[in-house]
Design a binder for this molecule. Structure first.
Ligand code: ZN
Length: 453
């Protein structure tokens, strides 16, 4: 099973850094990729963030390493070829799992170099393995090496059990989703078609242009049965004009984001709730059609499984579309953004877990950060401690925490009265070190009720 990297953001004074984000964050086979659909029916992935959001050292330019993903339209023949290639890579991966276990027990070193050598021997032994591309198989070993060394590192660092990456496991035929990586010498683009090592030619739906020549491509199939090509490429940040406007963002469950400016709040979309009935219907279908353990899945079961995956994917696409549009609006209208460093896990164990998960706070935060990096905005992540207790006007801290039911913040020191979340959002701006007057200034383009003629 594919195990995606978790996104992780750390605060670094100004600007943001992030670790690599794998486009597929899910662990369950039915977890969708959630890509937005365009109105022409071509599902495409608009600026799937992938970011090592760091300026390239020494160049002085803000070059970003990004992933651009495109749908693939496959013929029966090329799909068959790809699946055969995947089966060979899966064999190599499983071989790595077995060998690394054996070597570890024997107390020997087991690195990618050694596994590479063994692959060469295996390929001369097994003609069917040699039929496949060596680039893809060697890359499988490198992926395995990376996964394993992370697991070893977590053990060495005594990371908490819940946060440890487990040792790589077998990829089962029915469970593992196909995913093959090709480095620069394993693929080429000719006449708008993607040529892979081993004589596989694929038609790509070029929904937008690649910003520069790609350095690698990952071919994968998602749980909805769609094939994707995800290129790693470089692009430049696209700075927007200076506005001297600041905004503070406070995450919540009732409203996903409450900002210092009412016009930029993100209400809870309830997409999951809307799609729940349909999802339950397909899940019931799956339960009815389920066969006993050891008996192959029926075709009708597989159909219901696909419908379930599609229902999930639809909700995820809607959520992503909403948050992305909101993030774009915020970033285009402000150049200083103070964001609460919210940990969605805190809500995941509360009574509001379902509603919180449906809101997609984590995703909104990611989209906002990526959009800020892309457009060179100053985004700062703020520690959320005491933001509900502090007064945004005079900075006094209340003695007692407000109960969650109390929605208005009244300062005992200066007497200012504000909605609770909006006070927190304003505290974020002050803590980030932005000019609070940039928040309260009257926006000429959005007249309020009293000012409008
Ligand atoms: Zn006050």
């Amino acid at each position: 099973m594919q195990v995606g990297c978790r996104s992780k953001f750390t605060e670094t004074g100004c600007g943001v850094r992030s670790s690599w984000i794998h486009p597929r964050g899910g662990r369950t086979p039915l977890d969708p990729k959630g890509r937005p659909a365009s109105n022409v029916g071509i599902v495409l992935e608009r600026s799937q963030r992938l970011g090592i959001f760091e300026p390239m050292a020494g160049t002085g330019t803000s070059e970003l390493k990004v992933r651009y993903s495109y749908r693939l339209r496959l013929s029966r023949a090329s799909e068959r070829k790809l699946m055969a290639e995947w089966d060979r890579c899966r064999f190599v991966w499983n071989q790595c799992v077995t060998r690394s276990k054996e070597l570890r027990e024997a107390g020997e070193q087991c690195g990618p170099a050694r596994l590479d050598k063994e692959l060469t021997a295996l390929r001369s032994e097994k003609p069917w393995l040699k039929e496949g591309s060596s680039v893809a198989q060697q890359q499988t070993i490198r992926d395995f090496g990376a996964a394993r060394s992370k697991a070893v590192k977590d053990v060495m660092n005594k990371a908490p059990m819940t946060r440890r990456r487990g040792f790589p496991r077998f990829k089962k035929k029915d469970l593992a989703l196909p995913s093959i990586n090709y480095t620069r010498r394993g693929f080429s683009l000719k006449g708008g078609r993607l040529h892979l090592a081993g004589g596989i030619e694929l038609g790509v739906v070029w929904s937008r242009e690649l910003p520069s020549a790609p350095t690698s491509v990952r071919i994968s199939r998602d749980s909805c049965g769609k094939w994707w090509a995800s290129f790693v490429t470089k692009t430049r940040a696209d700075p927007l004009p200076q506005l001297n406007r600041a905004i503070g963002v406070d995450w919540g469950v009732k409203e996903i984001a409450t900002t210092t400016d009412e016009a930029f709040d993100l209400p809870h979309p309830n997409h999951g709730k809307t799609g729940a009935a349909k999802l339950a219907k397909y899940q019931r279908m799956m339960a009815r059609r389920k066969r006993p353990k050891g008996v192959p899945k029926s075709n009708r079961y597989k159909k219901a499984q696909l419908q379930t995956a599609n229902a999930y994917a639809k909700v995820a696409r809607k959520r992503k579309d909403d948050t992305r549009k909101w993030a774009k609006n915020v970033i285009y209208n402000h150049d200083q953004i103070a964001v609460e460093d919210f940990k969605p896990k805190f809500l995941a164990i509360s009574t509001m877990a379902r509603r919180a998960a449906d809101g997609g706070i984590g995703q909104a935060k990611r989209e906002l950060i990526w959009m800020a990096v892309k457009h060179g905005r100053d985004l700062r992540v703020v520690d959320p401690r005491y933001t509900t207790k502090d007064c945004c006007q005079c900075g006094a801290r209340a003695k007692h925490a407000l109960p969650l039911s109390e929605r208005t913040y009244t300062c005992s020191a200066c007497g200012s009265v504000r909605p609770r979340d909006r006070n927190s959002a304003a505290v974020m701006v002050a803590r980030a070190g932005f000019n609070p007057t940039g928040v309260d200034r009257v926006r000429l383009d959005h007249p309020t009720g009293d000012q409008a003629a």
